[in-house]
Design a binder for this molecule. Sequence first.
Ligand code: DC
Length: 335
Amino acid sequence: MNAIRGAITVKEDTPEQVREAVSQLLAEISEKNSLKKEDIIYIMFSSTEDIKSFYPAKAAREAGYGTCPLFSAMEPPIEGALPLCIRVLVLTSLEGAPVPVYLGDAALLRRDLTRRLVIALDGPAGSGKSTTAKNLAKDLNILYLDTGAMYRACALECVRRGADISDENSVKSVMDDIDLRIEYKNGRQVTMLDGGDVSEEIRRPEISQLASKVSAFGCVRRKMVEMQRRIAATMSCVMDGRDIGTNVLPNTEHKFYVTASVEVRAKRRYEEDRAKGYEVSYDSIVNDIRERDKRDTEREIAPLRCAEDAVIVDTSDMTPEQAVEFIKNKIQEKI
Ligand code: DC
């Protein structure tokens, strides 16, 4: 299920303009979301109090959306609110990230939702990057792509096929026909290998080290980067990884480098791993993080590096909410 947001303004409060605006808004929402009428569960409208001439719900029924429940309400008059505006929320049975539609003057108000927004978040393991990326994507109602999961899946496939991880040729033969897909279920990324969900399995601590090793190979990176670019070319997303701002999406204007002290990162990972029931020691995690940082930053191809034009977000003393707020404010300054 997903909920699609949208809004449109009219120039004058006349039945014709309300009918036309509602019809246009719903048609565009359907097109952008590949939505069929039978996928719609209900449609709710709210309009500003200066729209009195016609019910948007009635306009929707007339436009052929009468098979699902329709509802309209009037918003209270609020000073400074966008005048002559009709807002809509369409609840659908579809999965995946919904595409909001803002038309007329409403588009100017929500530039963050009307422009394709591609946000690159890089940083070392345990920096708070993936929590931040996940929450940010949820807040902006756009897709979250965890690229680390893709490298982890490559490592898992190498283990399953008994490949020699220190030998690029052996890894390459796995990469040649790996069946890796990223899907979205209930708004969550699901990593699929050979048609099976491996989202949990790839989180095992030993896979972390192996992912760091296989991700240093050109044959692995080329394939993953191509998949990542294809996703970012078609939809708004928050992409997190090590080389997103420097290599995968060097032209995006929203780049962040999320970091934190090694001690803070180790403590976070320790707590996360313990909560998942893994037997780990704090010292081994510190060593593991140092080892991974070294390998990720010193590898020849696309090493972990802060892009020159990235904003640094040090989360050592930030709550997850503060990190998201900080990034949202920086994005807002640019759009
Ligand atoms: O973020 P993570 O811990 O899930 O990533 C696992 C490994 O994958 C990490 O050690 C480095 C590698 N990686 C990468 O090289 N490039 C990316 N864009 C993402 C992850």
